[in-house]
Design a protein around this ligand. Structure first.
Ligand SMILES: [Cu+2]
Length: 178
């Protein structure tokens, strides 16, 4: 009798322990949306903007949208898309956010969809993490941490947000010149 109770207690302890451990580092869940490995990278010297990247999966049955977010060191947060126009890569803000259909996985990466941290008040530090949130239309707000990679951490695309040239990312409508 005593032995059976003891075994149950041990099983319960094991179950609790495994529940407390994150299954994967740097994964988050907001309602039906799974967020994997948010990361950012050092911008070019002196730039006050940085891109944010992650993988979003909609495990639910209705479409959802990434509609906003925050980063502790950024005054503003935008959702962007890159596109090639006349051989020139440009980005534009997605006013209605980024849709994630049921069952769909959307990868935010350099040269493609990404979020944008604007007016950074403090420099990012490689190897550290920066706290923030992501806001989904249906799934709500979730706290995340972006891992900070070195400048140019990925070779995919020439998505440079550039030195802080005049007008770059400094106001509404400036993306046409970007
Ligand atoms: Cu951008």
């Amino acid at each position: 009798m005593y032995r059976i109770i003891l075994r149950c207690a041990m099983l319960a302890a094991v179950a609790l322990a495994s529940f407390a451990l994150p299954a994967f580092a740097n994964e988050y869940q907001a309602g039906a949306i799974k967020i994997s490995r948010p990361w950012t990278r050092l911008p070019p010297a002196a730039a006050k903007v940085a891109g944010g990247y992650m993988t979003l999966t909609n495990t639910g049955t209705v479409p959802d949208r990434l509609i906003g977010g925050t980063v502790v060191t950024a005054a503003r947060f935008e959702i962007h898309e890159m596109s090639v126009n006349d051989g020139v890569m440009r980005m534009r803000q997605l006013d209605r956010g980024l849709e994630i259909k049921p069952g769909e996985t959307v990868v935010l990466k350099p040269g493609a969809f990404h979020v944008m941290f604007l007016d950074l008040s403090a420099p990012l530090e490689t190897g550290k993490k920066v706290k923030g949130t992501l806001v989904f239309e249906k799934s709500g707000t979730v706290e995340v941490e972006y891992k900070v990679e070195a400048a140019g951490a990925t070779s995919s695309g020439q998505h440079s947000h550039g030195a802080p040239a005049a007008g770059s990312h400094s106001g509404a409508g400036s993306h046409a010149n970007h």
